[in-house]
Design a protein around this ligand. Structure first.
Ligand code: TYD
Ligand code: MG
Length: 459
């Protein structure tokens, strides 16, 4: 066999270089070079074709009008874990590659093992463990009360040998726990390095597409919360899911970050118990903290990440700053958005916070990326600044524009219904989202068009 040629790739921008160098000349990043193997091009049909256009090889790809493409409904299998199926977009797709990231100990291995247990006789599977021994996996499966019969595990980290085993045992579902422990014989770099992860994932992706096997990859996350390894990993796979939760809380949220087969930002909610993960099919109220009475700096909002409304609490703490450059810290929200909202609050609400540290947090480790959080954030900030709670049983949502207008958000009616269903008595929402009657069930709905109106309504 010819010696494999190696090259270097910048982990930031993906540029390839033939030699190692300290700085990537493409993007200017330092110390981002990582070795990988250049696969020799296969000299076959392609070469023959390029030597003459006459008579393209039979079976070669052709330009095709999309109307004549036969649509085959992708075949899906329900995993038996409803919340996981929801996040996958309605079940597991044959030949799909799903990457699951999350902090250590959050429950990635538990979730996947439970999934395989549920899939049981329906689909054959192999759980490849690179981190735990077979005995540990078996003990966990037993503790989770899973039927041991259909469960097969393999303790191996070399990708070539894993694929050899997979080809001979032909599982329909293959779980790799974790991709950072997997290495290929082609490379000398250590397992977990960018090149090893990239090469192993590429092999697994090719295997999935060629055989129709569904592959799950467990991925470690970096300190910043992204998946450790090359960014291209996220491009290679069909879906990227994050498993998140607050330390100390037993609730876990599975979130789709990318999904070629379903909606992104779909949330699945689980609770960790001594018998593993339990599904929480009606999660709406679990993310509200249980206050004895009204507290300042807290606003309840209805978010609609994915396909169902969810009640979450936004908390703000505004405190006199001792720094020349006061802090703007957000957890679960976008930081730049907070800076913008504070500017709007100053300009159109007449409330200054330039000498204050502002911290904003979404309770329960939930991440809210939609703009409907604008109004709740501002009202929570204002409430903390004035040390005055919002009226009891009040819920709010709405986008805030730069000119101080309150803009409508999608699915207003559904959000209002969810809030009324959970016993809220007052809603402060964009005028266009408010119903004409001014009520939803027992709940009074106040429609506002300007920030000043919203501030008045929240007194
Ligand atoms: P694990 O799935 O090993 O996490 P990851 O693979 O993401 O690192 O989860 C381990 C944690 O879950 C561990 O802290 C113990 C807890 N746990 C339970 O509380 N109950 C259970 O039944 C199991 C299996 C784990
Ligand atoms: Mg694990």
């Amino acid at each position: 066999m010819a010696k494999a040629k190696t090259a270097y790739v910048c982990t930031d921008c993906g540029a390839e270089h033939s030699k190692w160098q300290g700085q990537c000349i493409e993007c200017g990043a330092w110390n981002t070079m990582s070795e990988f193997v250049v696969q020799p091009a296969v000299k076959s049909a392609g070469a023959a074709r390029s030597s003459g256009y006459a008579g393209a090889a039979a079976g070669a790809p052709q330009v095709t009008p999309l109307t004549s493409v036969a649509l085959t409904a992708e075949s899906r299998t329900l995993t038996g874990l409803g919340e996981l199926d929801r996040v996958l977009g309605g079940g597991l797709v044959d030949g799909s590659v799903v990457l699951i990231g999350g902090d250590p100990g959050i429950g990635k291995s538990t979730l996947l093992l439970q999934m395989l247990g549920k899939l049981g006789e329906q689909l054959s599977s192999v759980y490849v463990t690179g981190e735990e021994s077979l005995a540990q996996v078996a003990a966990r499966a037993q503790r989770l009360d899973l039927p041991l019969g259909p469960l097969h595990a393999l303790a191996e980290t070399c990708i070539e040998r894993i694929l050899e085993q997979a080809v001979s045992s032909r599982p329909r579902v293959l779980v790799i726990d974790s991709i950072q422990t997997i290495w290929t014989e082609l490379l000398t770099a250590a397992p977990g390095s960018v090149s090893q992860v990239r090469e192993s994932a590429a092999k697994l992706t090719r295997f999935a597409k060629e055989t129709g096997t569904s592959v799950f990859l467990v991925g470690h996350v970096t300190k910043e919360g992204g998946i450790a390894g090359p960014r291209v990993l996220e491009h290679m796979v069909d879906a990227v899911l994050y498993f998140e939760g607050e330390s100390g809380s037993r609730f876990r949220v599975l979130r789709a970050f990318k999904n070629r087969f379903g909606a992104v930002n779909e949330l699945g909610v689980f609770a960790m118990s001594e018998k593993g993960l339990r599904e929480v099919p009606n999660p709406s109220a679990i993310f509200l903290s249980a206050h004895a009475g009204p507290t300042s700096g807290s606003a309840v909002m209805v978010t609609r990440e994915g396909t169902r409304p969810l009640l979450v609490e936004v908390q703000a703490l505004v405190d006199q700053s001792s720094l020349g450059n006061p802090r703007r810290v957000t957890l679960g929200l976008e930081q730049n958005r907070l800076a913008m909202l504070l500017a709007v609050l100053h300009r159109h609400g007449g409330v200054a916070a330039y000498d204050q540290d502002v911290f904003v947090n979404v309770v329960g480790g939930i991440r809210v990326q939609e703009t409907a959080a604008d109004l709740p954030v501002l009202l929570a900030v204002l409430s903390s600044l004035r040390d005055r709670p919002l009226p009891e049983k009040t819920v709010t949502f709405g986008e805030v524009g730069l000119s101080g207008e309150i803009r409508p958000v999608p699915n207003g009616e559904e959000r209002l219904k969810e809030a009324a269903h959970h016993g809220f008595q007052r809603a402060i929402v964009p005028k266009a989202n408010a119903s004409k009657k001014g009520r939803v069930g027992e709940m009074e709905v106040v429609g506002v068009e300007r920030l000043s109106q919203a501030i008045d309504a929240s007194r």
